[in-house]
Design a protein around this ligand. Structure first.
Ligand code: FPP
Length: 236
């Protein structure tokens, strides 16, 4: 049976629990990330087939730079591989890739590969996958405020011109609608500096599965649950 998502354009996911998945099996944490990357493939494919238009994945936070350097290197290697290996499938399926986050922090070859993937998939319109890489939402909000302050300093805008639309347009997520549904795996129930502005009216779903165990079946169950919810956006 296939689930029809209703009024569900955009799903954002915090892919948590890779480390615990590996530790539980007596494996190094990097094995959890490797298995997690396979789950990324399964879930992006499933979401596309179900008609979800936007999928935003938290792949690496600004805080993740503080992890053990070996683990950071392993994650960067996985990303390198992903950026190389996915191209043909993304093109075949009409998927556009965009990245959000602080690129200055990332290794130069990864930034080049990101730019290439963005440029090569720019005109695809079946689905957009947004990968949050070296991303922190408070940093993003400060970045937007700085851009607005610079415009004001130049005299291009006055303080009264600043409104929610302008602020949204200054964020990394400028062209992406707000998430309808935010999923976090691994039983943790917090936002961890992810899409703070954008998730103001998102529905939240916390799954107890560790990300490497997350499956298409569970995604379908969560969407069925979402379809039952009444979204009131603060209205009666
Ligand atoms: C959180 O688990 C996960 C991450 C910090 C990295 C997510 C990365 C991937 C799923 C793989 C690569 C991504 C792409 C897009 C190919 P954790 O390490 O915090 O787990 P723990 O809380 O159990 O320690």
């Amino acid at each position: 049976m296939s689930i029809e998502p209703q009024n569900l354009q955009h799903i954002a996911i915090i892919m948590d629990g890779n480390g615990r998945w590996a530790t539980k099996k007596g494996l190094p944490r990097s094995f959890g990330h490797k298995k997690g990357a396979e789950t990324v493939r399964e879930i992006t494919r499933a979401a596309g087939e179900m008609g979800v238009k936007y999928l935003t994945l938290y792949a690496f936070s600004t805080e993740n730079w503080q992890r053990d350097p070996d683990e950071v290197d392993a994650l960067m290697d996985l990303l390198r591989q992903y950026l190389k290996s996915e191209m043909s499938e993304l093109q075949k399926n009409g998927v556009k890739i965009v990245f959000i986050g602080e690129r200055e922090m990332l290794p130069a070859d990864i930034v080049e590969a990101m730019k290439k993937l963005e440029a090569d998939t720019l005109n695809n319109d079946k689905m957009t996958i947004c990968i949050a890489l070296s991303y922190g939402s408070r940093q993003e909000i400060v970045y937007a405020a700085r851009r607005i302050a610079a415009l004001a300093k130049r005299g291009d805008i006055s303080p009264e011109d600043v409104d929610m639309k302008m602020f949204s347009d200054m964020l990394y997520t400028k062209d992406i609608p707000n998430p309808d549904l935010l999923i976090r795996t691994s039983g943790e129930q917090r936002l961890s500096n992810y899409l703070l502005w954008q998730c103001a009216y998102s529905e939240f779903y916390f799954s107890n599965s560790l990300w490497p165990d997350f499956s298409r079946k569970e995604l379908e169950e969560i969407i069925a649950n979402y379809n039952q919810r009444e979204r009131r956006y603060g209205k009666a």
